[in-house]
Design a protein around this ligand. Structure first.
Ligand SMILES: [Fe+2]
Length: 301
């Protein structure tokens, strides 16, 4: 079975592009790398992906596209056959693609109507090892989706894109990997929507420094600081000026593909927040999207 090799980018549309652009480029710590046809691109300093966030302006906040990397054109073609066999609606068959993401790919809708791209051949960006205390994203870490049929969506990503199951929390949250990182996608129940986008920082030290910088920048901490059980990663969650939930995370577990056996963790406060520190601040709770994403079933630019 063919597998995608990484989560490559998330493309978002927002009403206040200037505010979101300033947030990702100045406050959050991504690097703006280009602007073309109304799209603004941001890369992460520690990762070779050409970009990890794409923004454009729209009257409503919505998720335009989620991009995954493939290792070769042959893998793109094999992944396309898997996606088709899994019953997905195709947007564009494998072929040359425009832009920075890569030179060959295809697009499809997942069963909830999220537009997705599988792409290869992107120019790998010169990246660097971040300095100690440099509290900016090393790279994009994972996305979490809500789905009205979340067990079926967990199964779909395995069949279509070659993801492997890492763990479950009860029957509530499924975690999927496409490389050694414990999860690049996780799926929760709920209306079809994006729950959050996570970015790796170098360690818990940078997580705490990033938390302080967000506070000083007037960006409200919505949940954290804390440490999850599935994936063993630390977390701080924030809401961007346009209402997108973003996470700084560190120390995400790496999985040995040959020996890993998925665990089903007992749901509970100490599972999602093993230190208990996420509960200290009253009203500081996990983010949940309550309405369907406005971008579902829309062919993206
Ligand atoms: Fe997360």
């Amino acid at each position: 079975m063919a597998s995608v090799t990484d989560l490559q980018y998330v493309a978002l549309a927002v009403p206040d592009l200037a505010a979101e652009r300033e947030f990702f480029g100045q406050t959050w710590g991504l690097t703006e790398v280009g602007e073309e046809d109304g799209m603004v691109y941001f890369a992460a300093e520690g990762m070779p992906h050409p970009y990890v966030i794409r923004l454009r302006r729209d009257d409503e906040r919505k998720t335009d596209l989620v991009g995954f990397s493939a290792a070769s054109r042959e893998d793109v073609d094999a992944l396309f056959e898997q996606v088709k066999a899994a019953g997905a609606k195709i947007i564009a068959e494998p072929g040359p693609v425009e832009g920075l993401a890569g030179d060959y790919g295809f697009r499809f809708f997942d069963p909830d109507g999220r537009a997705m791209e599988v792409v290869t051949g992107g120019a790998q960006r010169a990246h660097r090892t971040l300095g100690k205390g440099e509290a900016i994203p090393v790279g994009i870490s994972h996305v979490v989706f809500h789905s009205p049929n979340h067990p079926a969506l967990v199964e779909f990503y395995q069949r279509a894109l070659g993801f492997r199951l890492s763990d479950w929390i009860g029957d509530f949250m499924g975690f999927l990997r496409c490389n050694s990182a414990h999860h690049r996608i996780a799926v929760l129940p709920g209306p079809p929507a994006l729950n959050h986008i996570a970015f790796d920082v170098a360690s818990v030290d940078e997580l705490m420094r990033g938390l302080a910088r967000m506070h000083e920048s007037g960006i409200h901490l919505s949940w954290g600081p804390g440490r999850h059980t599935a994936g063993d990663n630390t977390f701080c969650y924030f809401i961007t000026p346009n209402g997108n939930a973003v996470e700084y995370t560190s120390d995400l577990e790496h999985v040995d593909e040959a020996t890993w056996v998925p665990t089903t963790y007992q749901p509970g406060p100490n599972t999602i927040d093993q230190w208990g520190t996420g509960r200290i601040i009253t009203g500081n709770v996990p983010h949940a999207e309550m309405t369907p994403d406005k971008g579902l079933w829309q062919v993206p630019a």
